[in-house]
Design a protein around this ligand. Structure first.
Ligand code: SF4
Ligand code: SF4
Length: 197
């Protein structure tokens, strides 16, 4: 779903991930996640001049957020950030404005790439709601990252990778409910760490 002018100077270039990865449910266009849009060609959108309103309106986080450099372009980074509307967030996160959903499509290399832990830690320390998804139900991960406040980036990287692996395991084997015990265990570990401090 691309490409309209935006406040930044970025352009989608060769990226077309949103036309493949995102589910779309509108009267004009329906597609499943992880499925190329039927209008997508090897040269980009085949109906670009007449593309649908949803396609004209959408910009991924890389297009929206000027602090994200070229290395964050979704097809290069393997991570598509999608802005989450303030109204869709739990109350505790609304004061920080919109949330961010990190959709990982590039595997563990994408999750552990330099700069990812730093950016996640920045958002978490600012109180921004951060969700992680691997084309699974998204998980709000702020509570698992107390290490963000102290800029303990190796721990942030390790926890994000662990959460990603849980999502992938759930996707492959058990379904989302199957990973709730793992999230519970992480929660308990976090509480124990807090008690020890
Ligand atoms: S209509 Fe074009 S811009 Fe919209 S999702 Fe399909 S390929 Fe992408
Ligand atoms: S994911 Fe972002 S950069 Fe890629 S085509 Fe969509 S809007 Fe453009």
């Amino acid at each position: 779903m691309k490409r309209r002018a935006d406040p930044s100077s970025k352009s989608c270039g060769a990226c077309n991930l949103c036309c493949i990865e995102l589910p779309i449910e509108t009267p004009e266009l329906r597609k499943k996640a992880q499925t190329p849009c039927s209008h997508l060609t090897d040269k980009g959108c085949g109906i670009y001049a007449n593309r649908f309103p949803i396609c004209r309106q959408f910009l991924c986080g890389w297009r929206l957020f000027p602090e994200l450099g070229e290395e964050w372009r979704p097809d290069l980074s393997g991570i598509m950030i999608v802005q989450v509307a303030q109204a869709d967030l739990p109350d505790a996160y609304r004061p920080a404005g919109h949330g961010m959903q990190f959709l990982v499509v590039g595997g563990e290399d994408a999750v552990t790439r330099p700069g990812v832990a730093e950016y996640v830690a920045d958002q978490v320390s600012r109180g921004v709601a951060v969700y992680l998804t691997a084309n699974t139900p998204r998980a709000l991960i702020n509570e698992y990252l107390p290490a963000a406040a102290s800029r303990d980036l190796p721990t942030v990287r390790r926890i994000v990778l662990h959460l990603y692996r849980l999502l992938m395991a759930a996707r492959a084997k058990k379904g989302f409910l199957g990973m709730l015990p793992h999230f519970y265990r992480l929660h308990v570990e976090k509480q124990r760490a807090a008690v020890k401090r």
